[in-house]
Design a protein around this ligand. Structure first.
Ligand code: NAP
Length: 263
């Protein structure tokens, strides 16, 4: 009996990665083989064929803050690493609340936003609704690159033609004039230049996601003089952020060390 008790005490701390991003997969890859911790990655389940990170994965919402609190308790999670997308605000706030309630450490990764250069022509807007309003009466050909979930915000833009690029079919209703292009990043500059020219694109609509996987469209727009309607980041929350995977790894190291000192 004592042996079993010791084993429970000495079990490596279990860490939950809130994912759905390339960086979350990179982090899982770098932590997966470690013996001093155990890992589980969580995906929202938005895609029917997601690119799964290595190691154990669970899929689907937790059921709000209460659901997340129950999950963290029942799975004996010792720390949460939030590597969700900078526009995924609800899950990040839920993680913050749930960890505060349980007194669990929370580490948050946030990609730095893209910075406008002097050769960029950005029309910066606060949110997707304002991006859609920009096209209300505008006759233009637009690359709409905002993911599939919020495309319906543009449904009322009946003067505009949209090339809707998404990983899976976007949610209805869709704008009157459109074509759907199903593609998964990363994208490269040469391909983005070709795309913008082939479809005679006048504007790009993009979230300021940051990172390198989708940045080539911004570079291509710069080099062709195409304006970008850039959607700004939603308000971030109060947890102190890491901007690199290496920084996350050293914070995880410190957590694991603190756990092993406390046993
Ligand atoms: P969100 O608005 O912040 O979250 C909505 C709800 O989805 C959450 O309340 C939670 O449901 C569930 N959820 C979100 N992320 C989850 C995760 N990693 N594991 C388990 N449940 C999760 O999120 P979103 O903007 O819809 O994004 C969904 C996922 O796609 C995120 O994981 C994000 O990293 C990824 N993603 C988002 C974007 C974007 O532009 N928003 C772009 C690329 C990737 P419950 O309340 O039921 O727990």
């Amino acid at each position: 009996m004592k042996g079993a008790f010791d084993r429970v005490l000495k079990a490596p701390p279990r860490i939950l990665i809130l994912g759905g991003t390339a960086e979350a997969s990179q982090l899982a890859e770098r932590l997966e083989r470690r013996k001093d911790l155990s890992l589980i990655s969580s995906l929202a389940g938005r895609l029917s064929k997601p690119q799964l990170p290595v190691g154990p994965v669970r899929v689907g919402g937790f059921g709000g803050v209460d659901g997340l609190v129950s999950y963290l308790r029942s799975e004996n999670i010792r720390a949460v690493v939030d590597v969700t997308h900078p526009f995924a605000v609800t899950i990040s706030c839920n993680a913050e609340d749930a960890c505060a309630r349980l007194g669990l450490p929370l580490v948050k990764f946030v990609r730095p936003p893209w910075e406008k250069t002097k050769n960029d022509c950005w029309h910066e807007v606060a949110d997707i609704k304002r991006a859609a309003e920009f096209f209300k009466l505008r006759e233009a050909r637009v690359l709409l690159s905002v993911g599939r979930q919020e495309v319906s915000s543009f449904a009322f833009c009946s003067c505009t033609w949209f090339l809707i690029r998404a990983i899976e079919d976007p949610q209805e209703p869709l704008p009157l004039h459109h074509q759907v292009l199903l593609k998964r990043g990363p994208f490269d500059l040469r391909g983005e230049l070709r795309l913008l020219q082939e479809y005679s694109i006048d504007y790009i609509v993009s979230k300021n996601s940051g990172g390198s996987a989708t940045y080539p469209k911004i570079e291509a727009a710069r080099s062709l003089g195409i304006p970008v309607v850039m959607i700004g980041r939603p308000d971030s929350h109060s947890v102190s952020n890491s901007k690199t995977i290496d920084d996350i790894l050293s914070r995880v190291d410190r957590l694991v060390q603190a756990e092993s000192n406390s046993v």
